[in-house]
Design a protein around this ligand. Structure first.
Ligand SMILES: Cc1cc2nc3c(=O)[nH]c(=O)nc-3n(C[C@H](O)[C@H](O)[C@H](O)COP(=O)(O)OP(=O)(O)OC[C@H]3O[C@@H](n4cnc5c(N)ncnc54)[C@H](O)[C@@H]3O)c2cc1C
Length: 467
């Protein structure tokens, strides 16, 4: 199967199509460079052209034409994914959703938006029209698209209250276009949602989503300081379990990360200070401060309702992968991991990892609710030396009972549970019979017998063709 790029471009020339190599390369990149492993392997990747549809009918036309010309299609929201999810490994077309940004319907507890809508814009519209807000958003809310979050993200700000995208109820429906001779439009609800949730767009182009809303608050950002990492995590776990205190975010960050990398908050944070970072509903602040005062180790260092917050980033931009971003800006050699510290001994696991690695792996834990229980979703920083050492650090985590969701891999399987998701694979057979959608991201499609036990990075054969 060889792609007829020129034929496809000619047939779509009346759409918003860009084939300037410089801008096409820009639109072919995401935050893959977060990982030194991916940076070394994906830097050359580029598509042949970009199409930005204005309507679902144009999506259908673009995909129908790509199918007829055997051209790979990689959908792009805002390109903030950080595992190379949006990198067009086999070249071809990038389908950029930027024009499909309408907020279509806001009702009690629910918003329907086109996939390319930037999440902060959706949130703003919901606040203005209904006094509601998005329950869940990534820390990239100001730049990421809602379709990209559902196709490529996992959870984030709000997960302390609402869990992650995989939890039933956090996505209400997904509307998508298949990649066939005659593309179909499908609406997924219930368990079907998981066919396309966190599937990197390998089995359909999401054009519209419905997600739940909650009452909107002017969240108060609070930084609480501790002399010990243990103190910070025991405190965070205690607060996370206070069911009556409404939080939108709760994370811990080990010293010296707050002081060295949160540059605009530096004046509040000593170099030896370990932090808890929280977003608290205004009506819950008194209770939050009351339970904080009960912990003699805790010192409130900053409150956005009390201190001058002018020019400071919001607390959620100190959290999730923004912690890593801030560190990278100061020290480009830093990278990170994604770790699950499972309940009920999540705090012990967090402390054990710090005991093993010390300042080579500075701690960063997002406290989240999963299946009704508080756990730690770790995004610790890593002071990177070699790929071998990085692999060793991950292997030690796994051996100590702390599963890794490897952010140094671009495939669904290696970045996830290291096994095929049969539901997503079966759906791909149905929706993408030629395997044109985001090639190279689902190992099970390319190599059903792949052995995940080797722990070697899967190299998509088409990657060489795109270089
Ligand atoms: C600083 C930083 C902080 C982050 N914080 C978080 C966080 O808190 N939580 C979190 O989950 N992630 C986080 N991420 C990762 C990423 O920002 C989010 O997952 C984000 O929601 C992705 O949205 P996007 O529009 O940029 O998607 P993109 O990067 O453009 O795409 C992501 C994936 O989805 C596919 N895709 C995009 N749009 C569609 C569509 N319409 N149909 C089908 N497939 C599609 C792409 O092909 C790609 O595989 C962070 C990343 C960075 C760099």
């Amino acid at each position: 199967m060889s792609a007829d790029i020129e034929g496809c471009k000619a047939a779509l020339a009346h759409l918003d199509l860009d084939d300037n190599p410089k801008t096409v390369k820009q639109k072919s990149r995401d935050f893959f460079w977060y990982s030194p492993t991916l940076k070394a392997r994906l830097d050359h990747v580029t598509a042949d052209f970009v199409v930005a549809p204005r309507t679902e009918a144009e999506v259908i036309e673009a995909v129908r034409t790509a199918f007829a010309h055997d051209v790979p299609v990689t959908t792009r929201g805002a390109g903030t994914g950080n595992y190379g999810q949006a990198m067009p490994l086999a070249g071809g077309m990038v389908l950029h959703m930027k024009h499909m940004a309408a907020v279509k319907e806001i009702g009690p507890g629910r918003v329907v938006a086109e996939a390319g809508a930037i999440m902060a814009e959706v949130d703003k519209a919901c606040r203005a029209q209904s006094g509601q807000e998005l329950r869940l958003h990534p820390s990239t809310v100001n730049t990421a698209s809602i379709g990209g979050f559902i196709a490529g993200g996992s959870g984030g700000v709000g997960s302390i209250r609402w869990g992650g995208l995989r939890d039933a109820g956090n996505i209400l429906s997904i509307r998508l276009v298949t990649c066939e001779a005659e593309p179909r439009v499908l609406t997924l609800t219930g368990d079907e949602i998981h066919k396309a949730n966190h599937a990197y767009g390998v089995n359909g182009i999401i054009t519209e989503v419905a997600v739940p809303l909650a009452p909107a608050y002017d969240w108060v950002d609070v930084l609480v300081g501790f002399e010990t990492w243990e103190g910070a995590n025991r405190y965070a776990d205690m607060v996370a379990n206070q069911d009556a205190i409404l939080l939108k975010e709760l994370a811990t960050v080990a010293a010296p990360v707050g002081h060295d990398y949160f540059l605009r908050h530096k004046k509040f944070v000593g170099r030896e200070t370990h932090l808890a970072v929280a977003m608290v509903a205004p009506h819950a602040l008194d209770a939050f401060l009351t339970v904080t005062a009960r912990d003699r180790r805790a010192e409130v260092l900053f409150r956005s309702d009390r201190d001058d917050a002018q020019g400071l980033p919001p607390a959620y931009e100190l959290a999730w992968n923004h912690t890593t971003l801030r560190a990278l800006r100061v020290d480009p050699s830093i990278t990170y991991l994604q770790v699950l510290y499972g309940a009920p001994d999540h705090v012990e696991k967090i402390l054990r990892m710090t005991e093993i690695f010390g300042d080579e792996v500075p701690g960063h834990v997002e406290f989240v609710r999963m299946d009704g229980r508080v756990r730690g979703a770790g995004l610790p920083l890593v002071r990177f030396t070699t790929e071998e050492r990085l692999e060793e650090i991950m292997a030690i985590h796994e051996a100590e009972g702390c599963p890794i969701f490897n952010p140094h891999r671009y495939t669904l399987e290696e970045g996830g549970m290291k096994q095929t998701d049969p539901l997503q694979l079966a759906f791909k057979r149905e929706t993408d019979p030629k395997g044109l959608l985001n090639p190279g991201k689902m190992i099970a499609w390319d190599d059903p017998d792949y052995d995940f036990e080797t722990n070697q990075l899967y190299l998509f054969p088409g990657l060489a063709a795109a270089s």
